[in-house]
Ligand binder design. Structure first.
Ligand SMILES: [Zn+2]
Length: 284
């Protein structure tokens, strides 16, 4: 029976379903195999994770064998506890458990003051469950009839972004390395100078999956190779502009004001600050 709950899922590739949660428009993905299912990203609180788990049960009768966190940010893993099970790994890049305590503290501090935020109380009440299994480069599993690959392609949106590839379905979940619903998110933990090489690696992975590969961003509609190539061009421009300006300037704020950016400067303050810091450190 197809009910309202089920209707919240969109099958973007064979037995690969996306659920766009309204809060922050985060996409969770469920990959269903003959024996088991895999869930990518668990939303921004235990409560949201529980709602997601309920929707997963409505979608498929296959047990969830693996949960994946694409990166450390709260909107992708604060819901982990809803999937807690001794036999079910929660998988992320090896940097995620290291970065999570500080990130959790920062996020909860911010929520303290966000009294109008609908997720505030649930986020503050969340006991964040850290990933249980981590890896440096590649992690593989099989859901019965379909292998799933996890790859860390390099630093970008954070230092621990991973992508989830389902070769037989031609699907890749890119986390926040790719964004459709806004410009790429350059936050306080981004690596703007590394991001182009990482996205180049993603394009190579997409080419291995085939011309019709579907790319699911962390936020927004699913996209194709051309969209990722265009986003790579913009992110490459950001990195090049940072390097150009850092030759004669030392103040990131002045560099940001100098213009020549592919996106509005308001989105790029942390990119420039982080890029300048990295270059200054490299010169020493
Ligand atoms: Zn993020």
């Amino acid at each position: 029976m197809i009910d309202d709950t089920y209707m919240d899922w969109t099958e973007v590739a064979d037995r690969c379903f996306v659920h766009r949660f309204p809060y922050l428009d985060v996409s969770s993905v469920v990959i269903v195999g003959a024996e088991a299912a895999l869930v990518v990203d668990t939303l921004a609180s235990t409560k949201q994770g529980e709602l997601l788990a309920e929707q997963v049960r409505a979608l498929t009768d296959r047990p969830v064998r693996v949960v994946v966190n694409t990166h450390v940010h709260f909107d992708h893993l604060f819901g982990n506890a809803a999937f807690a099970d001794a036999d079910r790994p929660i998988v992320a890049h090896e940097s995620v458990p290291l970065d999570l305590p500080a990130h959790e503290r920062q996020v909860k501090q911010l929520y303290e003051n966000e009294t109008d935020d609908t997720n505030r109380d649930d986020a503050l009440a969340t006991d964040v469950l850290a990933p249980t299994d981590t890896f440096a480069h590649t992690w593989r599993t099989d859901l019965g009839d379909r292998p799933v690959e996890l790859h860390h392609l390099g630093r970008g949106h954070t230092r621990g972004d991973i992508v989830v590839a389902v070769p037989d379905a031609g699907l890749v979940c890119a986390g926040d390395l790719v964004e459709e619903s806004g410009p790429p998110s350059f936050g306080a933990d981004c690596h703007p100078l590394d991001w182009p090489a990482t996205l180049t690696g993603l394009l190579e992975l997409i080419d291995r999956l085939g011309p019709d590969a579907v790319v699911v961003p962390g936020h927004g509609y699913d996209v194709d190779r051309a969209f990722v190539a265009e986003q790579l061009a913009g992110i490459t421009r950001v990195a090049e502009r940072i390097r150009e300006l850092a030759r004669d300037m030392t103040d990131p704020a002045a560099a940001l004001a100098a213009g020549g950016w592919p996106w509005p400067p308001a989105h790029l303050a942390e990119a420039v600050r982080r890029g300048f810091a990295q270059l200054a450190h490299a010169d020493r």
